[in-house]
Design a protein around this ligand. Structure first.
Ligand code: AMP
Length: 288
């Protein structure tokens, strides 16, 4: 028998009823929040979730609250049929795919989670309000699904930091699990937004992972943080089709910029525009 796609719940009550029944039967629940347009990166999260809990729910919701007025909310790729086909055979027990009206029935939401100062840095500086909107919908999803564990991708490292801090600050009884970035064979981090790239833009986008590789090589050689940043910048500057937003190295414990003499683990983060597409990538460095 060929595996069938997971059932879809479009209402909060429907999902809660399904998961209440599972929990009553003693089963644990994992949540994988996504915006759909699923690729192998998302599926790695689903596979991890299936290894950690009995019942995996994948949410698919393009959250208007985390898009700025000039961003790609309207054109963000949406294809539930393709997503269900992609999930088939990956052990997801259900998909939660609510409408915007189901998630925000009273119109623009007045109560929001604040991502604080870190939420205004890096991606938050380029995308004002993005992280408040992201944390607000993640909080709602955690309250709706009440999962034992929720699984996120390292690619969105600032998101991971903020979700982990929210869960700690608000005593949310969900463990946060992080899965390494899944990349195409040429090194580009898989992203739903890669679908926007033309052939030449996709080639230019490779400067992102290559800049991080250059930073890592400098760090591994013991050259220190300023040299690692310089090596990354040289790669990015050499790509004329790429408009750099930021390249930064932060202390993973605080997400504040790492000091020039920082020793130990440090997270490099890069964001750039290629054509109209904004891409991000990240790597962990070991500075010595
Ligand atoms: P998105 O649908 O882009 O909101 O992503 C949903 C989840 O998938 C987030 O936790 C992302 O960090 C994660 N994710 C996206 N791309 C990748 C990737 N290439 N590798 C691993 N996780 C990813």
């Amino acid at each position: 028998m060929s595996p069938t796609p997971p059932p879809v719940d479009t209402t909060i009550d429907g999902l809660r009823a399904r998961l209440d029944a599972e929990r009553s039967a003693g089963r644990t629940v994992a949540l994988v929040p996504t915006m759909g347009s699923l690729h192998e990166g998302h599926l790695a999260l689903v596979d991890r979730a299936a290894a950690l809990a009995d019942v995996v729910v994948v949410s698919i919701f393009v959250n208007p609250l985390q898009f700025g007025p000039t961003e790609d909310f309207d054109r963000y790729p949406r294809d539930l049929t393709a997503d269900l086909a992609a999930l088939t055979g990956h052990g997801a027990a259900a998909v939660f795919a609510p409408t915007v009206a189901e998630m925000y029935p009273r119109g623009p939401i007045e109560t929001r989670v604040s991502a604080g100062e870190v939420g205004t840095m890096l991606d938050g500086a380029s995308r004002p309000g993005h992280f408040d909107g992201m944390l607000t919908v993640v909080a709602k999803l955690l309250l709706i699904a009440a999962p034992h564990v929720a699984v996120f991708g390292e690619k969105d490292a600032q998101q991971v930091f903020l979700v982990q801090r929210m869960v700690a600050d608000l005593d949310v009884p969900t463990r946060i699990e992080v899965v390494p970035t899944v990349r195409a064979a040429d090194g580009l981090a898989l992203s739903s937004r890669n679908a926007y790239l033309s052939g030449s833009e996709r080639a230019a986008a490779l400067a992102l992972p290559r800049s991080l590789e250059a930073a890592r090589a400098a760090a591994d050689a013991g050259d220190g943080l300023p040299a690692a940043l310089e090596a990354a910048l040289a790669v990015l500057d050499a790509e004329p089709q790429l408009e750099l937003d930021y390249i930064a190295v932060v202390d993973p414990a605080s997400f504040q910029p790492a000091e020039p003499d920082h020793v130990g683990p440090a997270r490099a983060l890069v964001a750039a525009r290629v054509g109209t597409t904004r891409l991000i990538d990240t790597a962990l460095l070991q500075l010595r």
